[in-house]
Design a binder for this molecule. Structure first.
Ligand code: RFL
Ligand code: PHB
Length: 389
């Protein structure tokens, strides 16, 4: 088989890239290791920046997003019983949209199916070959049979544990990593959200986040030990811990119910430089990870897809290779800013096992500065709604 762009990974990065290329007449094949149901069963991001919303509309998948997405023009940061509302609209003239990654992925699958785009699920042993030559190709197995795709370019959209990054020789890449000494235990429950906006809450007992998917579907997280196990957490234990971590006025309003999903995610900051090697380009979690505080993971994946799709379109339409050559540099410039913001919000709002009294005083001073300083609130708002592409 031959295609212009072989896309490894059928998560949001790979699907969005395939769709944007297809609309410009550029062919691609998407290879996904799991089944569609498995990919759609992963509960992940919930907050979309304007840049991603615009891209989804441009990709022709904005209809359900526009009907069901919830516009948020602010968020609440709480530290103990103190609450600071960050007004995105006042500081930036922009908002964010609450719409689950599951729904984004579902919409992108539907669009790809409708246009008959090539998609192979449950592929095994994907290997990217000769990416440093003009004739790269990808091999894989499906149902025990070997296949080969010859292509012009390979997009590595296969997440943190994928093969794409590992295909770049170790002496051609450098990895930067920080692992945080805790995780997030998340639950989804068919209950009304405790508040109309998200609440990022820090307390003596640790961090908590109140988020949502719709008027009767709430998503909550609490900081937990990095080696914790979901089996240690009954629903009641979760709700009790959450109540203790959010401001009293919200704790009193919390409506609880059975969880319909419960999982633990580790927290990590990670960047691979560069994000390209020859004709292989890394996009999204394949190249970088942020801790979820600040909601930047999917959104940073989307800015990579923006730069890469624009670069490939300029190459195929105008013979202009400048975007392709400069992809890594351009993407990384924005990635590092998202890394800084996510690291800062994580450091500000979590309890660290080895935290000293001095460290706590530093958090408190940072929060007091944020409370009293409109410029500090504007900086948070600008980063949260998303830096320009
Ligand atoms: P994905 O979603 O991991 O998709 C990669 C796909 O590649 C497949 N794959 C392979 N396919 C073929 N061959 C191989 N060898 C393969 N290896 C892997 C995988 O099966 C998968 O389908 O990466 P992508 O597309 O780059 O998307 C990134 C986002 O998923 C991620 O950044 C966000 O979910 C992060 N994130 C959040 N981001 C936000 O912007 N806002 C949020 O509110 C937000 N909340 C979150 C999050 C991530 C979380 N977890 C669980 C890590 C909340 C949580 C709890
Ligand atoms: C979510 O709704 O899953 C969510 C929202 C905001 C975050 C992280 C996760 O910062």
């Amino acid at each position: 088989m031959r295609t212009q762009v072989a896309i490894v990974g059928g998560g949001p990065s790979g699907l969005l890239l395939a769709q944007l290329l297809h609309l410009q007449g550029i062919s691609s094949v998407v290879l996904e290791r799991k089944t569609k149901d498995y990919v759609l069963g992963r509960i992940r991001a919930g907050v979309l920046e304007v840049g991603l919303v615009d891209q989804l509309r441009a990709a022709g998948v904005g209809e359900r997003l526009d009907a069901d997405g919830i516009t948020h023009d602010g968020t609440v940061i709480s530290y103990g019983d103190e609450q600071i509302r960050i007004d995105f609209a006042a500081h930036t003239d922009q908002t964010v949209t609450v719409y689950g990654q599951t729904e984004v992925t579902r919409d992108l699958y539907a669009a790809r199916e409708e246009m008959g785009g090539a998609f192979v699920f449950e592929v095994e042993n994907v290997e990217i070959k000769d990416a440093d030559t003009d004739q790269p190709y990808v091999t894989y197995q499906k149902d025990g049979t070997g296949h080969r795709i010859d292509c012009d370019y390979v997009a590595g959209c296969d997440g943190f544990h994928g093969v794409s990054r590992q295909s770049i020789p170790t002496d051609k890449r450098k990895e930067f990593e920080k692992v945080y000494p805790f995780g997030w235990l998340g639950i989804l429950s068919e209950t009304p959200p405790v508040h109309e906006e998200l609440i990022y809450a820090s307390s003596d007992a640790g961090f908590a986040l109140c988020s949502m998917r719709n008027a009767n579907l709430s998503r909550y997280y609490i900081q937990c030990a990095m080696d914790d196990d979901v089996r240690n957490w009954s629903d009641d234990a979760f709700w009790d811990a959450l109540r203790r971590r959010i401001p009293a006025e919200h704790a009193e309003m919390l409506v609880t119910g059975p969880s319909i999903e419960k999982s633990i995610a580790p927290l990590r900051s990670f960047v691979c430089e560069p994000m390209q090697w020859g004709r292989l380009f890394l996009c999204g979690d394949a190249a970088h990870i942020v801790p979820p505080t600040g909601a930047k993971g999917l959104n940073t994946a989307a800015s990579d897809v923006h730069y890469l799709s624009q670069a490939l379109i300029a190459h195929y339409k105008d013979g202009d290779n400048s975007g392709i050559e400069g992809y890594s540099q351009k993407a990384l410039a924005r990635v590092w800013k998202a890394e800084r913001f996510s690291w800062w919000m994580t450091s500000l709002l979590h309890r660290f096992p080895d935290q000293s009294e001095f460290d706590i005083k530093m958090q408190q001073a940072d929060v007091a500065f944020l409370r009293d300083n409109a410029n500090a609130q504007a900086v948070l708002a600008q980063n949260y709604v998303g830096l320009p592409y």
